[in-house]
Design a binder for this molecule. Structure first.
Ligand code: HEC
Ligand code: HEC
Length: 286
């Protein structure tokens, strides 16, 4: 792949005007010279939504050798600074420059991230229910899931056919719930109230093989299903109206999703939440 002339000009302009010496943000031990308290606030406003409060909700490496923000902050602060300033190519991650943050702000976030654990978040199971490969750091599926061919109403293909929610619904009720009709209807059963175990995902059932997420995440998935999944039908009515307080919801929306959306991107989970109807929003909020 070659760069177009315009890209080369952009790259040259980038190098001459916006490259900073990220080393200047670090002290002699390569620790951030920033203010972790300010970093905590900035991080909480924008980054928590995707990376989790402790930076370990998204894994950047293969599932068996995870890398979280805590690893990167400690091990490669230069890469951390670069990616926070410019965003991550191909991902809906807002860049600090787009947010008009100063380099000091970036150093502050780094200072805060240096306190993050390098263990995976225990409760990431719920996030696996959607695009589990993003959370687990697995390769994005390209072929259709094996069971997909056993239905023909839902005409999506490729990676979408691997999302738990595409077959079992955001309300976990499959064909008995919101996906009982319409373009998402597959006719597959719900999973609400079932007792899950790892053998349902590890390839023991070759047609329902999600082992690409790795052992840790399969366990997390099972924990989510057995202990955390609850009937969100209690909050969402059949006509898709919700039982809740809109003014409180508006505050949550601003605080939780508002700033995170500046990066845009059609693949963003947050956009799914806002554009895809009320079911997904209820799931992500709880
Ligand atoms: C809309 C969701 C979203 C938001 C908000 C977000 N990120 Fe990200 N971030 C991602 C995704 C997705 C990746 C890429 C994961 C991958 O490459 O596998 C990523 C990657 C990164 C990386 C690079 C990791 C690597 O090794 O390649 C860093 C550093 C990072 N994010 C820091 C932050 C910080 C700090 C914030 C807040 C300023 C933030 N992110 C906000 C979704 C987000
Ligand atoms: C392509 C559609 C599809 C996808 C994607 C899918 N499933 Fe399933 N799932 C099924 C079907 C069909 C069954 C029942 C038949 C079978 O076991 O082969 C099932 C069965 C289950 C069961 C057992 C239910 C019971 O009553 O015993 C659980 C639990 C489950 N799935 C959870 C998940 C989770 C979690 C994910 C995401 C990691 C997922 N499924 C992704 C189609 C799918």
């Amino acid at each position: 792949m070659y760069m177009e002339e315009q890209d080369l000009h952009d790259l040259a302009a980038f190098i001459s005007t916006s490259l900073i010496d990220s080393g200047a943000l670090l002290d002699a031990d390569n620790n951030s010279a920033g203010d972790a308290m300010n970093g905590e606030e900035l991080y909480g406003n924008v980054c928590t939504n995707c990376h989790g409060p402790e930076g370990n909700a998204i894994n950047f490496h293969p599932p068996d050798d995870p890398e979280f923000l805590g690893h990167l902050a400690a091990g490669n602060p230069w890469e951390f600074v670069h990616k926070v300033r410019y965003g991550q190519p191909g991902w809906p991650m807002p860049s600090a420059i787009a947010n008009e943050w100063s380099d000091q702000d970036v150093a502050d976030i780094l200072a805060y991230a240096e306190s993050f654990p390098t263990e995976a978040v225990e409760s990431s199971g719920g996030q696996l229910y959607d695009k589990w490969w993003v959370v687990a750091g697995a390769d994005e599926p390209t072929e259709d899931q094996a069971l997909w061919a056993t239905q023909d109403n839902n005409t999506r293909s490729g990676k979408d056919t691997w999302r738990c929610k595409e077959c079992h619904g955001w309300d976990y009720q499959g064909v008995d719930g919101a996906y009982s009709s319409g373009s998402h209807m597959t006719g597959f059963a719900g999973v609400l109230g079932t007792t899950a175990d790892v053998s349902m995902f590890d390839g023991s059932n070759a047609d329902h093989d999600f082992s690409a997420m790795g052992d840790f995440y399969m366990e997390a998935m099972v924990t989510f299903m057995n202990e955390e999944m609850s009937d969100i039908g209690d909050y969402v009515n059949d006509d898709k109206t919700v039982n809740g307080d809109p003014s409180f919801g508006a505050d949550l929306f601003e605080g939780t999703f508002g700033t995170g959306l500046t990066g845009g991107g059609s693949d963003s989970g947050a956009r799914d939440a806002t554009c895809g109807g009320r079911w997904p929003l209820a799931r992500i909020i709880r």
